[in-house]
Design a protein around this ligand. Sequence first.
Ligand SMILES: Cc1cc2nc3c(=O)[nH]c(=O)nc-3n(C[C@H](O)[C@H](O)[C@H](O)COP(=O)(O)OP(=O)(O)OC[C@H]3O[C@@H](n4cnc5c(N)ncnc54)[C@H](O)[C@@H]3O)c2cc1C
Length: 492
Amino acid sequence: MPRVVIIGAGGSGIPLAARLGEAGHDVVLLESGPASPGAGGEAWTVHGGLPDGPLTWTYRAELWPGKPWRIARGRVLGGSMAVNGAYFQRPHPDDFAAWAAVAGDEWSYAACLPALRRLESDLDFPDSPVHGWAGPMPVRRSGARERLTQAFLAAAGAAGAIIEADKNAGGASGAGLLPRNALGVQRWGVDRAYWGLLRTAGVEIRAGVHVHTVRFRGGAAIGVEIDHGTAAEFVPADEVILTAGAIETPRLLLRSGIGDSGRRDSSVQPVSARRGVGRNLSDHVAVDVPWRVRPDVAVDDLPAAWTAAWNAPAGTVASHAIELLFAALPSSVIESGDRSAGGAHKLRVTLADPSSRGSIGLDRGTVVRYGYLSDAGEREALRDGIRVAARVLRASEMADVVAAADLPDWIDGRGPTEPASAHVSTALHSCGTARMGDVADADAVADAHGRVYGTSGLRIADASLLPMVPSRGTALTAVMIGERIAELIAQE
Ligand SMILES: Cc1cc2nc3c(=O)[nH]c(=O)nc-3n(C[C@H](O)[C@H](O)[C@H](O)COP(=O)(O)OP(=O)(O)OC[C@H]3O[C@@H](n4cnc5c(N)ncnc54)[C@H](O)[C@@H]3O)c2cc1C
């Protein structure tokens, strides 16, 4: 069997490595961060995923020109899934339809459903025909008896949301409990979930090694160069697969001579001039609407940060699709990991189907330029989303839990650019930076199997491939991509 070297042990890389190993490939998985399964902490905190943490990459970013920001991604076995918020929603069938329109039927909902089922054990719906019951990722919904969450769902229903019993069933979008990859307080990232499979499949894992470039002979990838600081090490491969995430995968390509001449590293031999490398960054802009729980309401000692969401399709509450993400714990608790921290809760409003696109660069300064809200229709849609959040928070169904006097003035204003721009951020769901598509499509970097155009023996298998971000969080999508590319390789 050929020797496959996979770069990046995150949401996509670990499932891919495990499945290729199971299929008998000789697999080496290289990870820049340390090998500490479960190192990122518990599922109700994202403390481990904040900038400057010991297990993160920290980048300078720009939400739109002139609006600086800083972001983090996981740098540890498990990648960003080892430090994330642990909500685990499937993409909607409409998201698959949009991907398939660009990349072909191999990315339709029907084609991807076996991978969706194989990756999970849905502990709430084990008998459902659309769910799996024997996969590595445990899926569970919490908040069914939690007072704040139930008030939010009732208010969303009163504001017009369809109530979804199972947000991962692929039905009409609406409001419901969030599926999560956690058991009690324990986050169950890919590092934990696939650990047994990785071991039995004989995958060789090397952590703490940073891959600098892919090396080529002619247009064929022959291995990778590891940067040890003072020395370099060459790791030979029959095939190299990039699963370094939507920021580092395009940067690796640009460092290795793949991309257009203005973007790629000019000091290396050009390999392929596909101009889509580092462009087409698609992510969710977010506005956090702060609100306070009435002083007489006790907040439950919940295992979850985010417990429920309302996914409103385009044309229902705004011209774009909107997600309202409900946190049943105060933000400072979620971000500090300190249960005794008090403060405001946040209802997160995101633009779920953005048309704005950003870019990733090799620059030493600003690496990620999101290019958010470049279009007036998006700004208006986000304002509409904030107005819906205000309606939900002021609904009679929430009156027993929300201290109405503590809602910010700007939710009725003209935001988000003013005065609410101080509350705008990113949901950290980056996709699309080396996207799939037809070879004749000048912006496509890879085919539907992730094979990079203009090369042989080089493939991409992470969210960089997606033509656009799904209308939900991206963690489950990342795992599915790893599973799906393993299936597509088996069919070649
Ligand atoms: C703080 C945070 C919270 C989030 N919360 C949620 C959530 O609750 N729900 C949700 O659906 N989504 C969430 N997301 C998004 C989700 O976690 C990601 O979409 C998903 O993890 C992406 O998987 P990936 O494999 O593409 O990248 P990652 O999981 O980031 O993995 C990439 C891996 O590659 C490694 N790597 C990169 N470059 C190199 C190199 N040159 N050499 C060797 N190794 C390298 C990295 O260290 C990393 O381990 C969150 C993201 C963040 C950052």
